[in-house]
Design a protein around this ligand. Structure first.
Ligand code: C2E
Ligand code: MG
Ligand code: MG
Ligand code: MG
Length: 290
């Protein structure tokens, strides 16, 4: 790793090349291990709302991890998730994310914020574990969260490699009541065949398509239109990621997107701020609690 500087959000950024012998990488690796072994206090989840395009209602949230490194400061997931994946630490990290997210989500449900979906990202390594459905169900049960409130985000390449085994896993998860989304849809070696073979619930149109979306760019409009027609015909929910402007929101509404996520609605927020967002946003399903 080489440090590039601070990004626009104040996060530390690295150049993408990784030199396995590089001392910063080694430092990060042992720091990450220590952070995990010491109970995860250095990690924090931020939550970003997912909003229905029809009535601007918040329908769910995606949990996104951050790492408060003791010396390097706030680190975005792109700087340590790949490292965690390479070293296998992603499994323990994923456990931490799931536990933290579910206990927070259960807390919000108790406060009356019901009818929401919690989305978590799953790495291929976590998906490879045969006991994944059991572990997920055990955690859900421990927090009294119904399985259909959990939305598991996986990426397309997971569906492409080792398809038979993964089809089976997706089916098991679906049979347990969980929901499955395809993250960053359209960016990998997409084969429309897997839409037919995998019983998924939703696709998340990648933000690179949304970024190019403006009245002047008919290519992105065409791609999103094509994606949403296909997804619609499979009965899938369509969510657009990275919606930043009102113009994009309007164009996406016209392209049959169900839900949206992006800075236009909110950045990913620390739990307390997200709760304030929920409290102040249109929220018809909040039940009264005494
Ligand atoms: P992702 O799952 O595709 O998450 C969406 C990313 O887009 C997030 O970056 C989010 O902050 C960012 N984003 C949201 N709205 C906008 C917008 O309007 N404009 C722009 N430019 N960006 C927007 P983040 O939080 O840095 O996460 C990056 C990636 O790291 C995630 O991409 C996901 O693949 C991975 N990741 C994050 N948390 C976890 C985790 O707990 N476990 C695993 N396995 N991966 C995670
Ligand atoms: Mg995601
Ligand atoms: Mg994405
Ligand atoms: Mg991603």
């Amino acid at each position: 790793y080489q440090i590039k500087g601070r990004g626009k959000n104040g996060y530390l950024q690295f150049t993408p090349e990784m030199h396995s012998g590089h001392s910063l990488r080694i430092t990060l690796e042992s720091d990450l291990r220590l952070a995990l072994e010491s109970g995860g206090d250095q990690f924090e989840l931020h939550y970003q709302p997912q909003v229905s395009h029809r009535d601007a209602r918040t329908v769910g949230m995606e949990a996104l991890i951050r790492w408060h490194h003791p010396r390097l400061g706030l680190m975005a997931p792109d700087t340590f998730i790949p490292l965690a994946e390479e070293t296998g630490m992603i499994v323990a990290l994923g456990e931490w994310v799931l536990e933290r997210a579910l206990s927070q989500f259960a807390d919000w449900r108790e406060k009356g914020f019901t009818g929401l979906q919690l989305a978590v990202n799953l790495s291929p390594k976590e998906f490879d574990r045969a006991d994944l459905p059991e572990r997920l169900l055990r955690r859900l049960e421990a927090h009294a969260v119904p399985p259909d409130a959990l939305d598991v985000e996986i990426t397309e390449n997971l569906l492409m490699k080792d398809a038979e085994k993964n089809i089976d896993m997706v089916k098991q998860l679906r049979n347990s009541g969980l929901r499955i989304s395809i993250d960053d849809f359209g960016t990998r070696y997409s084969s429309l065949n897997y839409l037919r073979r995998f019983p998924i619930n939703s696709i998340k149109i990648d933000q690179s398509f949304v970024r190019d979306l403006n009245a002047g760019n008919s290519n992105s409009t065409s791609i999103i239109h094509a994606i949403s027609c296909i997804a619609r015909s499979f009965g899938l929910r369509i969510l657009a990621e990275g919606v930043e402007t009102e113009a994009q929101r309007q164009l996406l509404s016209g392209l049959a997107c169900d839900d949206m996520q992006g800075y236009l609605f909110s950045q990913p927020l620390p739990a307390a701020e997200f709760e304030a967002f929920l409290t102040s946003s249109a929220f018809p399903s909040r039940t009264s609690v005494n």
